[in-house]
Design a binder for this molecule. Structure first.
Ligand SMILES: C[S@@+](CC[C@H](N)C(=O)[O-])C[C@H]1O[C@@H](n2cnc3c(N)ncnc32)[C@H](O)[C@@H]1O
Length: 124
């Protein structure tokens, strides 16, 4: 990583010896790292996505980018018959982000659905 382009990443996946994601994000916030990350990638347990989103948004600098995987979830998010916990959590997250003026939003219909959320310098 070059010194002129220092990128700080948050990649939420379970790595050997890594604390569960929520604890890890809380410890980053508790150690004063809010607003210091350039990029966050969320791809862990779906029922916690909303928590991961809120904590990652706090950790991102203004202009920072968040990528959230599996937001289409095989199409289940568009099927009201599908009421399992993961589908409901993803459906509710998609709806919440649609109305969130702290970000600029784009949901890409690639693979299993990838949302890009750019943190605005100020909410409108
Ligand atoms: C879809 S996989 C991630 C795949 C990875 N992003 C990749 O592209 O290779 C989801 C991962 O999240 C991890 N995971 C699930 N719940 C977690 C939690 N509460 N905290 C941390 N990691 C978690 C799982 O162990 C799994 O490795």
């Amino acid at each position: 990583m070059t010194t002129s382009l220092q990128i700080t990443l948050i990649i939420l996946t379970l790595l050997p010896g890594f604390d569960p994601s929520l604890e890890t994000l809380d410890s980053l916030l508790q150690t004063g790292q809010a607003g210091s990350f350039d990029f966050a990638f969320i791809d862990a347990d779906k029922t916690n996505y909303r928590h991961y989103y809120e904590k990652c948004l706090e950790l991102l600098r203004p202009g920072g980018l968040m990528a959230i995987d599996n937001v289409i979830w095989g199409g289940a998010v568009a099927d009201p018959q599908k009421t399992d916990l993961e589908t409901v959590a993803l459906r509710q997250l998609n709806q919440a982000l649609h109305h969130d003026d702290r970000i600029e939003l784009s949901m890409l219909p690639i693979a299993d659905g990838l949302t890009l959320a750019l943190k605005r310098s100020q909410a409108f």
